[in-house]
Design a protein around this ligand. Sequence first.
Ligand code: DAH
Length: 342
Amino acid sequence: MASLQEQIQQYELEIKAINIANAAELEDFRIRFLGAKGIVKQIFGEMKNVPADQRKEAGQMLNSFKILAEEKFESFKSLQVDTKAKCPAVDNTLPGTPLPIGTRHPLRVVENKIVSIFERIGFSVATGPEIEDDWHNFTSLNMPEHHPARDMQDTFYVSTDPDWVLRTHTSSTQARILETEQLPIRVICPGRVYRNETISARAHCFFHQCEGLYVDKNVSFADLKQTLYYFVTEMFGENTKVRFRPSYFPFTEPSAEMDISCTVCGGSGCNLCKHTGWVEILGCGMVHPNMLRNFGIDPEVYTGFAFGMGVERITQVKYQVNDLRMYSQNDVRFLRQFQAIT
Ligand code: DAH
């Protein structure tokens, strides 16, 4: 068997004779001689078998063999494929990949609009919890237990405890504000409300309302009418007419419902107004004295008005959305139509 020294000499001759033509051959060379299981490593491993007196000489030979292999590799290194250079050139001037941008939900657009109209005349925004207790949702609003008006709103109870409900209207926020804020009060209260209704084009188990409340000395029904008239002209345009019809709400006296002239036909009759020329958009009235008393406010000194409107209703009237379910179906073809108005 050839000695280690002879083996090295053999390999050295081989290395000197090798011609490396391309990247693949260079890689083969690297693996054969310099790789983790290559010849250089292998011979280093055999050093331990060399008799001690020859070890120094063998070591020197092995080192120069290693250097020879490395130099050969280095001298052909330019053949190595530069993976970076192979990448296609990047053109930084090309436009980027567009990210799909969402749109504001139509109900949010309309809610924002309602809020900003009232903010301009001094109302500030207040919000309240969606899980409400009986006192704030009913009793304090002049609807004691067994009051028939409670049946007007099909209530979801949060548990078997009848004291906890999903609020059926944003009037509950009115109650919370009267309880905690100093007079005079002028707030607009947007939010989601819940009722146990079968879902259809015209009803949903959750929807959105905006409540308004103004309590001060000398607040009159004329103030209420003028405030709502201002709102209507801002929201639906100057030529919109309003009318008030007497109505009933337990928390207001007198109470009214407000209609506006139909935004589609202008009053001549169409499907939206059911050929009456008018569409109902909100309920309102003068805050009931009992309600003021419930919060320690003297109705002989202070008076107030309140109103509540459905955001879906306002959106339907303004943008002719004819199916309530569309608001929660998340169909982008519907939602994108509101892009321009956001
Ligand atoms: N809370 C009523 C409802 O849900 C709406 C309403 C009517 C609110 C008259 C008011 C109001 O503040 O004065 O139908």
